[in-house]
Ligand binder design. Structure first.
Ligand SMILES: Cc1cc2nc3c(=O)[nH]c(=O)nc-3n(C[C@H](O)[C@H](O)[C@H](O)COP(=O)(O)OP(=O)(O)OC[C@H]3O[C@@H](n4cnc5c(N)ncnc54)[C@H](O)[C@@H]3O)c2cc1C
Length: 408
């Protein structure tokens, strides 16, 4: 059989999961090449624990090479241009051709889109920004903390709310209770998970005394970072500003000829195939349509499951057999609430009338489940899906909860 090259762009959550799944099956018979500009991988869900001193940067980073299975060729380079017609990718390490391409380049952050953000806000979505939040919270002596969501879409729709819960809890236990507020252009929290979940999360924010400001789209931040100015004509003062910057598709994705007007790559919701044969987009870089003209939220859990589906379909294609592997829209996340507890959202994002999600009440078990998930992801053996499936099935069964794990 002719030796094929599967080129994977991006070594984040989706890219690693795809590379490991393919290398496991191929055992060296075909080339699995992964390109990323970073040497080290940082597990973003752990930034939430980093900001309140429950993790150190070194706890949540690993050399990318250590997380890839034997048989994956790792190239450290900048991806400059994707040419789908020529089946070639230009990188800072030279051109690379492929038989199959998996684009998993994630979403770029664009803090410059709101005047004043770069200069004044602490960026929750980077390792460096999260470390600075931690330092600022240690010495915080003010009264008002603002968590600001600049625009949608942004990855992990729960993360800013988790930050608000954890910060409120952190300052309270330090004897420095603060007024924590979330400002967002969204009408209610996590609209991509449906109104029911949004209202439930809003209730949880209120129960903890966290103020919620929906329909607040920021237009600028005053130079000292102490005043937020919104499109609705209002302005709000704060002593500490924690922000989720605007997101945009990476330039190589926008310029690839694969992208839609917004810059993301439209794909088949089941197979993640892009419009050119042999090319797939997964995770944050993909635009996956769901009911009501909406798009699937950007989250690592989807990147991971989609990677497994794409790997299974490429494998079957190479071996000349049919594959029934399809991403079914199932997803879940544990939402940190502080005080060692987490809520748990799970359900079906492909349901006909829109996402059919349930938010389970906060418990310590969901928190520990999330911590175990982190350990599993960062372990030198991970991420092995067999172990995760077993652990989650056991956990869910113990709680009497049904979790869609069919694709894990
Ligand atoms: C604070 C925070 C908390 C989160 N919590 C959760 C959670 O609890 N659950 C959950 O499901 N999701 C969570 N997420 C979201 C999750 O991290 C992302 O959705 C996920 O990482 C997307 O995977 P991906 O493979 O699409 O992209 P990424 O993991 O972002 O990987 C993209 C990779 O591409 C590389 N890259 C990009 N452009 C180039 C280029 N031009 N050249 C070379 N390399 C390039 C990058 O270096 C990166 O390694 C969280 C995110 C944040 C920021």
């Amino acid at each position: 059989m002719e030796r094929k090259t599967i080129l994977i762009l991006g070594g984040g959550i989706g890219g690693q999961a795809a590379a490991n799944a393919l290398a496991l099956h191929f055992g060296g018979r075909h080339r699995v090449v992964l390109v990323d500009r970073q040497r080290k991988f940082a597990f973003a869900p752990s930034f939430l624990w980093l900001i309140v001193g429950k993790r150190n940067p070194r706890d949540i980073q690993r050399p990318l090479a250590a997380l890839l299975r034997k048989g994956v060729e790792l190239v450290q380079a900048d991806i400059l241009m994707i040419d789908p017609a020529k089946k070639e990718v230009k990188t800072s390490a030279g051109p690379m051709s492929f038989d199959y391409l998996i684009v998993s380049l994630g979403a770029d952050l664009a803090p410059e889109k709101v005047p004043g953000f770069e200069e004044t806000a602490l960026n929750l979505y980077t390792l460096e920004g999260s470390s600075r939040i931690r330092e600022s919270l240690e010495t915080f002596s003010g009264r008002k903390v603002a968590v600001l969501i600049v625009s949608s879409p942004f990855k992990c729709p729960a993360a800013p709310y988790e930050a608000a819960f954890l910060i409120q809890d952190f300052l309270k236990t330090r004897g420095k209770p603060a007024e924590v507020s979330v400002f967002t252009p969204e009408p209610f929290p996590m609209p991509t998970a449906g109104q029911k979940v949004g209202e439930a999360l809003k209730g949880l924010l209120e129960s903890k005394g966290i103020r919620f400001y929906p329909n607040h789209k920021v237009t600028r931040i005053e130079p000292d970072g102490k005043n937020l100015v919104f499109e609705n004509g209002k302005s709000e003062a704060c002593d500490l500003l924690i922000g989720v910057p605007a997101h945009q598709a990476p330039k190589a994705v926008r310029d690839s000829g694969l992208a839609n007007e917004a810059g993301w790559i439209p794909v088949d919701p089941g197979t993640l195939a892009a419009k050119h044969e042999g090319i797939y987009a997964i995770g944050d870089a993909a635009a996956v349509p769901i009911a009501g003209g909406k798009a699937l939220p950007k989250a690592g859990i989807f990147a991971h499951i989609q990677a497994e589906v794409v790997a299974a379909n490429i494998l079957a294609d190479i071996e000349g057999r049919a594959s029934g592997a399809r991403f079914d829209g199932g997803g879940w996340c544990a939402i940190e609430m502080g005080n060692g507890a987490a809520a748990f959202g799970s359900g079906d994002f492909y349901a006909e009338g829109g996402p059919a999600m349930t938010l389970h009440k906060p418990t310590r078990s969901w928190h520990w489940g999330k911590a175990l998930f982190e350990k599993w992801w960062l372990s030198p053996f991970g991420p092995r899906r067999e172990a995760l499936r077993l652990a989650l099935n056991l956990g869910a069964k113990a709680k009497g909860v049904s979790v869609s794990l069919r694709r894990l």
